[in-house]
Design a protein around this ligand. Structure first.
Ligand code: DAT
Ligand code: MG
Length: 140
């Protein structure tokens, strides 16, 4: 049974969209395994987004993601990694298809960072690594 890490990002948390994201996950049929609300420390975010270190958008991504509380969620279900990526939609919320979380609930707010409502793990390896970072009590 596959698991994935989902984050409701600060701007979406602040707009009260956690419930809507959870509703879509549950309506799809995935199970909620763990949920936590926290303002992510920079150290955690640096490890979470290690693959993007050095890229032009890295600093604005760090600043945005540490700007307030997020909801971190572990979901479970057959193929939930690809399934949640499909629910989330394309990275750029302007281009994300209507019907997707990012397409329906996100937009460019002219903030200089891509604020796209949610994160979802992109592979089984990423999911295991990310769940270990955000929910160490679930690993091992
Ligand atoms: P995703 O979140 O769809 O997996 P990603 O892992 O490539 O996308 O990037 C992580 C986050 O970084 C993404 O949600 C928003 C931001 N980002 C990615 N590419 C960007 C770009 N070209 N310019 C600005 N922000 C970007
Ligand atoms: Mg990614």
């Amino acid at each position: 049974m596959e698991r994935s890490l989902v984050l409701v990002k600060p701007e979406a948390f602040a707009r009260g969209l956690t419930g809507e994201v959870l509703r879509r996950i549950e309506a799809k049929g995935y199970r909620l395994v763990a949920l936590s609300i926290l303002t992510p420390p920079r150290e955690l975010l640096g490890r979470h987004y290690a693959e993007h270190e050095g890229k032009p958008f890295f600093e604005s991504l760090m600043a945005f993601m540490s700007s307030g509380p997020v909801t971190a969620i572990v979901i479970e279900g057959e193929q939930c990694i690809a399934g949640f990526r499909s629910l989330a939609g394309a990275t750029d919320p302007t281009k994300a298809a209507p019907g997707s979380i990012r397409g329906d609930l996100g937009r460019d707010w002219g903030q200089g960072s891509t604020q796209n409502v949610v994160h979802g793990s992109d592979s089984p390896e990423s999911a295991a690594r990310e769940i270990g970072l955000w929910f160490p009590e679930l690993s091992g």
